[in-house]
Design a protein around this ligand. Structure first.
Ligand code: NAI
Length: 339
């Protein structure tokens, strides 16, 4: 009998995305191919180009591939403001039931910001709330948006936050809400949190109103450990979190559900710098590192992370958004040299 190959090829669906998406996706896949030769990329077309061709941002076949591979890496996709098509992200997250979005907010050695020693994780509910875009006009001058918060959706998100806290040896989970004003919807969200917290006596559970949370985050962010938020607050507060640790160029995320996960940066398609070779691939690379850990490829994840931190730690090999001089390609080359 021949020797058994313990690590089989791992299929990963890849959405390169719009704007800076293709530039950073190509850099990230090249880095990963160098460090982990057993990854097989399955391209899935999604984004503006497809909308222009067929009128929707992702095909049924594309969704099927994401569901079958179960693990995907995604670049940002563009959603026009005000009108136009529905967000591709919202479609994918809802269709695949990716019910939480996990966004770590950690200080990175060498990346200068006014805040030191920040280490929190934002757990955002990913498919409910006003974010589904269920809106209509009652009249020319009155628009209405429906907000959905369910007990079951809230419970599974809170449970994920507590389980993650336990797994990562974190001590505290804070529920963020606006239940003083939105007494019924955020009231249900908070009520579900308190119910779930009873099952985790080893973890401190408390809550905070979202506006105070924002103020506390920019005054003393070190106090927070795990934050769990409804969809829209989570979207906004995680960009605030990104700002604490170096900006959108470094903020990673993961959409997780029971039947799969999609790893993607927090930032969007950055049309202001698209095609200029300036985009920082760090956020997408941190997302890819989380993906490798999710796949239990711990040694490979650690190797890529060490090289990334060494590259960011050297002022000569930083991208422009972090005060350096390098563009996407040179940053990638410096990182591969550090592997
Ligand atoms: P954005 O995140 O694309 O850009 C905000 C600012 O951050 C810009 O100045 C941009 O140049 C900078 N930036 C973002 N990523 C960067 C990177 N990797 N390196 C260096 N600088 C970076 O937000 P914006 O402009 O509000 O949205 C643009 C489009 O992206 C919109 O259509 C929006 O809907 C979409 N979007 C998509 C997301 C996704 O697919 N997950 C998430 C957020 C927005």
């Amino acid at each position: 009998m021949g020797s058994v190959n313990l690590k089989a090829m791992q299929k990963i669906a890849l959405i390169r995305g719009d704007g800076i998406g293709p530039e950073i996706s190509d850099a990230v896949t090249e880095i990963l191919n160098t460090a982990c030769p057993q990854l097989e990329w399955v391209p899935v077309e999604a984004g503006l180009g497809l909308i222009e061709k067929i009128g929707k941002g992702i095909t049924d076949e594309g969704i099927k591939t994401l569901a079958e591979t179960r693990i995907s890496l995604k670049g940002p996709t563009t959603t026009p403001v005000g009108g136009g098509h529905r967000s591709i992200n919202v479609t994918i997250r809802k269709t695949l039931d990716l019910f939480v979005n996990v966004r770590p907010v950690r200080s990175i050695p060498g990346v200068e910001t006014p805040f030191k020693n920040v280490d929190m994780v934002i757990v955002r509910e990913n498919i409910e709330d006003t974010y589904g875009g269920v809106e209509h006009r009652q009249s020319e001058d009155l628009a209405q948006c429906l907000r959905f918060i369910t007990r079951s959706g809230s419970i599974r998100c809170h449970r994920y936050a507590f389980e993650m806290a336990r797994r990562e040896k974190r001590k505290r989970v804070t529920c963020v809400h606006k239940a003083n004003i939105m007494k019924i919807t955020d009231g249900l969200w908070l009520d579900a949190f308190r119910e779930v917290a009873k099952g985790y006596p080893d973890i401190q559970a408390d809550d905070i109103i979202v506006d105070n949370c924002c103020m506390q985050m920019v005054s003393k962010p070190q106090q927070f450990d795990v934050l769990v938020l409804p969809n829209l607050f989570g979207d906004i507060v995680s960009d605030l979190g990104a700002g604490l640790v170096g900006g959108l160029g470094v903020a990673s995320g993961a959409n997780i559900g029971t039947s799969g996960a999609i790893f993607e940066p927090v930032h969007g398609s950055a049309p202001d710098i698209a095609g200029k070779g300036l985009a920082n691939p760090t956020a997408m690379l941190f997302s890819a590192i989380s993906m490798l850990r999710h796949l239990a490829r711990i040694d490979e994840a650690n190797r890529v992370e060490r090289a990334l931190l060494a590259t960011l730690g050297n002022p000569a090999t930083r991208t422009k958004d972090l005060g350096g001089t390098l563009g996407t390609q040179d940053f990638k080359r410096a990182l591969i040299a550090n592997l």
